[in-house]
Write a protein that binds this ligand. Sequence first.
Ligand code: FAQ
Length: 319
Amino acid sequence: MADLNSLEAKFQEKIDNEIKIEPKDWMPEKYRQTLIRQISQHAHSEVVGMLPEGNWITRAPSLRRKVALLAKIQDEAGHGLYLYSAAETLGVERDDLIEQLHTGKAKYSSIFNYPTLTWADIGAVGWLVDGAAIMNQVMLTRTSYGPYSRAMVRICKEESFHQRQGYEILLTLSRGSEDQKRMLQDAVNRFWWPSLMMFGPSDKDSVHTAQAMKWKIKRKTNDELRQQFVDVCVDQARILGVTLPDPNLKWNEERGHYDFSEIDWDEFWNVVKGNGPCNKQRMDARIKAHEEGAWVREAAMAYAEKQAKRRKEETTQVA
Ligand code: FAQ
């Protein structure tokens, strides 16, 4: 017991001194489990997040828009891969993580259970969804676990591009016809609140935040990040000429922040529990893609095994 206590004390000392924890370092089992949970759910979100945007590849309004959207969606797949790899350094198998997603044991971000009904929604996803993701992920570049932190540095660079391409889509619509302006406002009306929900439950209801902050897995609380996001969006909305759908959104001189209305937490938990507008559709599409991709995984494994066998034979011949 004394040994465990001293290991834990040394571990916490490292964290307090901003020394990154690496895969082979000793770590408390709960730290490992928390990271597996968070990183794998983050990976699932990136991969499921490809679906609402994938819906618009064939309908993008120009070749230029199609190319940018395709590149963005491919980036999200890449983010999923970096994150699954980071999770694997904690001793879990990717197949098991994917199984947890497909059986509903693992969560993914609530935001991807909303539909993308118009082209303006693709802009709103880039501006608001990637914008919220970046706000959270910039903090995670400084997370205490080395492989997660390094994955986040690269992901943030790519997400910044995504956010700008989304904002530029909206900016173009904002300078267009009355119908285009209406479409823009409608997309913002539908995506504003779900984007605020991405930051998770309010601090008083967040079960993991306190410990995650102590271990510096998280550096800011859900409410701190949400507030930061609201504060930056107000000016950006003004430039687009859109109204954010909240009558209580008002600058508070004393706090130095914008006040905003209470989130509809019933809606949030309903979506998290699987009852959002597209939960079933998203999971069906993921499972179908996984099953139909089985031959690719088998071919890649067969090739890797063949290569390994050849290398072994060559080494034996040299010896
Ligand atoms: N949706 O105690 P907390 C992206 C769950 S990536 C669903 O506060 P924690 C890129 C939470 O898991 C977006 N579930 O938990 C992209 C926990 O349940 P559990 C994803 C949620 O972990 C853009 C329970 O509620 N980003 O968008 C949500 O301390 C465009 C209690 O919550 C990340 O995953 C939610 N919104 O804080 C891709 C970032 N919020 O696990 C394509 C990394 C909470 O006990 C297109 N993750 N829950 O069963 C994090 O920073 C944290 O995990 C939080 C939640 C902040 C999400």
